[in-house]
Design a protein around this ligand. Structure first.
Ligand SMILES: Nc1nc2c(c(=O)[nH]1)N[C@@H](CN(C=O)c1ccc(C(=O)N[C@@H](CCC(=O)O)C(=O)O)cc1)CN2
Ligand SMILES: NCC(=O)N[C@@H]1O[C@H](COP(=O)([O-])[O-])[C@@H](O)[C@H]1O
Length: 226
């Protein structure tokens, strides 16, 4: 029976966050239980200094890093040749990859990380044979990008849909289009407000992110780790 232990010990997990960190908390709680055996979160990284998830990590004695965009924007100002801060975004992502790879993680989990990752991050991390996975509040091929829960709600109110879903998927350059690892459909029937739907989704996400992380870390063991 494969475990989550890789060839060099417990699976090393780096988690990227931007906000409250309730999904991070689910991972913290699950580590070294039957839900996520032989796994350790080696670092939590946030692009937002005020992310409550950083406090959750500190309370669990997990190393944290705040990796902010502003120093990169100051070094590479937006210009006509460089619209939408692309140079700053790529420099930021290259710096983020350095922070991540310094810990030699076996897997990177995006748990509410609200930045699109460019190939300046994806390429070096994938070059290290480290899978990157993401929690997304929609089914594969349905809604992509930020604000999907609200968009699903608006379509439900307009009578255009009766359900939505959540998924854990591999991260590729095309946002939210990476191969799904595990996903769940969520009925919207009975939700009277957007808040009802958000609560329903968040409750189900916490189990799914642990399940998806376990699936990938167990796969690492089968292949002798990264
Ligand atoms: N290259 C990829 N990067 C990311 C993926 C992915 O699949 N491929 N998943 C996301 C998470 N995500 C949805 O699940 C997501 C997060 C944020 C955005 C977005 O538009 N962000 C804006 C900034 C928003 C803000 O600052 O509030 C942006 O980066 O310009 C889209 C999708 C993680 N990254
Ligand atoms: N497109 C990505 C996206 O919308 N992710 C969403 O961010 C939230 C993070 O909550 P948390 O900070 O409490 O874990 C989650 O609801 C997750 O689906």
């Amino acid at each position: 029976m494969a475990t989550s232990t890789t060839s060099h010990g417990p699976a090393r997990i780096t988690v990227l966050i931007s906000g409250s960190g309730s999904n991070l908390q689910a991972l913290i709680t699950a580590c070294n239980t039957d839900a996520l055996p032989n796994a350790r979160i080696v670092r939590v990284i946030s692009d937002r200094k005020d992310a409550y998830g950083l406090k959750r990590a500190e309370a669990a004695h997990i190393p944290t890093t705040y990796h902010g965009i502003l120093p990169y924007k100051k070094k590479q100002p937006d210009t006509s040749e460089n619209p939408q801060w692309q140079a700053a975004r790529r420099a930021y992502d290259a710096g983020l990859a350095q922070v991540v790879l310094a810990d030699q993680p076996d897997i990177v989990v995006c748990a509410g990380f609200m930045r699109i990752l460019s190939t300046a991050f994806l390429d070096p991390v994938k070059g290290a044979n480290t899978p990157i996975i993401n929690l997304h509040p929609s089914l594969h091929g349905d809604l992509v990008g930020a604000g999907c829960i609200k968009r699903a709600w608006d379509e439900y109110e307009a009578g255009k849909r009766r359900s939505t879903g959540i998924m854990i998927h591999y991260v590729i350059a095309e946002v939210d289009m990476g191969e799904p690892i595990v996903q769940e459909e969520i009925s919207m029937e009975g939700c009277k407000t957007l808040a009802d739907l958000e609560e329903s989704i968040h409750d189900r996400e916490h189990g799914l992110i642990v399940k998806g992380t376990k699936i990938v870390t167990q796969g690492l063991a089968r292949h002798g780790g990264s």
